[in-house]
Each structure stands twice: as C-alpha cells, then as structure tokens.
Ligand binder design. Structure first.
Ligand code: AHG
Ligand code: MN
Ligand code: MN
Length: 344
C-alpha cells in the first residue's frame, strides 16, 4: 500500500473535543442512552451561536443594529433575548428535555407539541453580566440539568424546575471573554474547554479543575457597603486588613458573576453577593445563577452557602427566587461564615 495513503491517528496536539470527552464519559456509565450527550451537544451548539453573536456586538453601530428595527425591517433582539431564544430553539427539538427555565422568562418554557419530551430539565441564565456587553468585558451563559420529577413522558411542569442543586445531574457555564470557554461538571470533576474559532470546536484545556483551598482575592460590589448589615461590613473590613497571619486581600469585581466566579475557580478566593437594604435576599437568582455555580464549585473542592445553608441544599419554592451567595475556596468561605454565619 502506498504509505502516503495510509491514515494515521488524528493529530493529538489539539487534544479532546468537548464531544469526544462527553462520549468517553458516557461509555463509562452503564445504561447511558446518549440522551445526555445529545443535550450537551445542543447546548454547545447554542453556545457557539451566542459566542459568534457576542463577538459581533461591537459592530452593532456600524451595521445599524442598535435600533429596534434593522435594515430588513426586522425587529432586532437584545443580546440576552437572542441568547435565550437560541438556547430554546437549539434544545427544544432534540427530544431530551421536558421543560426549560430561563432567567429571561417568567414561567417554565414548554416544549412545543410537535417535539418529543425527554427525561431532563434544562435551566439557564442565557446571558449573565449583560451590562458588560457595551464595554467589551466578559459575559457568559450559566446552565443546569436535572432529571425530570413528574412521571411519564408528557410535558414537564414547574415541579420539574423547582429542584435543589443537590439533585443537579450536570451544570456549567460558557464564558465569552478574551477566549471563549465551556466549563462543566457532571458529578465527576470539573472540566474546562477552550474554543478554537478556526476549527469551531471546544478543546479540553483544563482537566479536573480544583479550586485552591485558600485564595488572596475577594470579590464583592463594595459600593453597597453602607447598605449591608454589620456582619458583612465587619467581614469586608477584616478581609482587607493585615491582621496576624492574615494578609490583606486583593479586590477584583467585574460585575458579571460568571466571570468573577471563573477567576475565583482558577485562582481561589471568594465571590460574595450578600443581602442588603435594597435586596433583602441578595440579587442573584438561585436556580439560574447560584445553584449551578455552587454545584460546579463543590465539584472543584470549593463551597457555596447563603450564610446559613449550603446553596445546593436550598429547596427552591419559586422560579425566580433570589439568594445571598458566598462562594469560592473552602477556607475563604469558612472565614466569611465566622462573621456572617448562624453562630456569628
Ligand atoms: P444578569 O446580567 O444576568 O442580570 O446578571 C447580573 C448579575 C451578576 O452577573 C453580577 O454578579 C451582578 O448582577 C452584579 O450586580 P451589581 O451591579 O449589583 O454589582
Ligand atoms: Mn445573571
Ligand atoms: Mn442574564
């Protein structure tokens, strides 16, 4: 045989794609049907479409897309609505989910009658940190997947949506930043994939991510200082002061939780959105923001609490319920709890 025609192994310098990684995980699970891998495939497709649109956001003025109506006379969607609709459209036809939930939509999102209903529930914040779009700073998509609770294979209901982080099957986020990354956990560690725009694929770049036990950075909107309760103020006063072995922490705050969390996951430290006088339960949404990232954080060896209870143990009672959040390196969260926790 002509040696030039022989097909060798695929070049390995790029490593595993997200899809190859999921298939490998699927093969390890007895009884896996491929449903889960199929659902992920659709989420990843939506992420690529959103990423492509996000990268063009700065061109909006030049392309005349800032008004409500574009040159074709079509109404132009805001990017967070575009992201929402992209996820819904990519996922609803796959037959893997029975209902969806989104930060952008008041009620559970049904699957149209013409599509089969599956055994999973997908919930998401389609675009987190959307205030950052205009300033070219990082934004992201956060998602979680649960098994349906209602029996049968009919449409899912709100009961399927109101599930705690502890019952998450998989969760993750996509960050649209200086590079685009897909980070997820399906209960077997946390894995990060970086998007190569030339190939159009996410490649495994961060296998089995572990959050440092302690960091040196705190992340909070300190502009709210005078609206916080005394324990939160006392913790912030302490964290930025040299005291004995404790060295003053650095402050970093991007204003997009997904980006602040991503840094916290890689470098360690703590991200906090506490209750304040304006927002008695904080600002972040349990189902679409706190719970998925708490699941990822725990899987990476970190912790996440609302000040009293581990976020993953909080049973949601409302779709758009808000929660205080202390998330990050276990030692840093424990330090914060010394100030704000139940026996503080
Ligand atoms: P969203 O863009 O999905 O509404 O979320 C914004 C959230 C979160 O990403 C971020 O951590 C927080 O709002 C920032 O709030 P402040 O501007 O109050 O600090
Ligand atoms: Mn958000
Ligand atoms: Mn959002």
């Amino acid at each position: 045989m002509d040696e030039h025609l022989s097909v060798g192994p695929a070049p390995s310098f790029y490593g595993q794609t997200l899809e190859q990684h999921l298939l490998q995980m699927q093969r390890r699970q007895t009884g896996a049907t491929g449903d889960f891998t199929g659902l992920f495939h659709q989420i990843a497709l939506a992420a690529k479409i959103i990423a492509s649109q996000v990268s063009k956001a700065g061109l909006a003025n030049i392309l005349g897309l800032t008004g409500d109506v574009n040159v074709q006379g079509e109404e132009v969607q805001k990017l967070d609505i575009f992201a929402n609709n992209t996820l819904v459209r990519c996922v609803q036809q796959g037959g893997h989910v029975c209902v969806m939930g989104s930060e952008e939509v008041e009620e559970p999102i049904p699957i149209p009658p013409q599509y089969p209903k599956g055994k999973y529930v997908l919930q998401f914040d389609p675009l987190d940190g959307s205030g950052n779009i205009d300033i070219n700073a990082s934004i992201g998509t956060i998602f979680s997947i649960h098994r349906r609770k209602t029996p049968g294979n009919g449409p899912g209901t709100i009961v399927d949506c109101l599930q705690p982080g502890r019952d998450i099957v998989a969760a993750g986020y996509v960050i649209y930043g200086s590079s685009n990354m897909f980070v997820y956990s399906a209960g077997q560690g946390v894995h990060g994939f970086t998007f190569d725009p030339a190939i159009g694929e996410f490649f495994l770049s961060h296998e089995n991510l572990r959050i440092p036990k302690r960091g040196d950075t705190y992340s909070i909107n300190e502009g709210n200082y005078h609206k916080w309760d005394e324990p939160v103020r006392a913790w912030v006063d302490w964290v930025k002061r040299d005291e004995g072995d404790h060295k003053a922490y650095k402050l970093r705050y991007i204003g997009a939780m997904v980006a602040d969390f991503h840094r916290t996951l890689l470098r360690g430290g703590i991200f906090v959105y506490p209750p304040d006088r304006k927002n008695a339960s904080g600002k972040l949404r349990l189902l679409y923001e706190a719970s998925p990232l708490a699941f990822v954080c725990e899987q990476a060896g970190g912790s996440a609490t609302d000040g009293t209870t581990a976020i993953c143990d909080v049973i949601p009672t409302e779709l758009h319920q808000r929660t205080p959040l202390y998330i990050g390196s276990p030692d840093d969260v424990a330090d914060a709890l010394r100030f704000v926790g139940p026996r503080a």
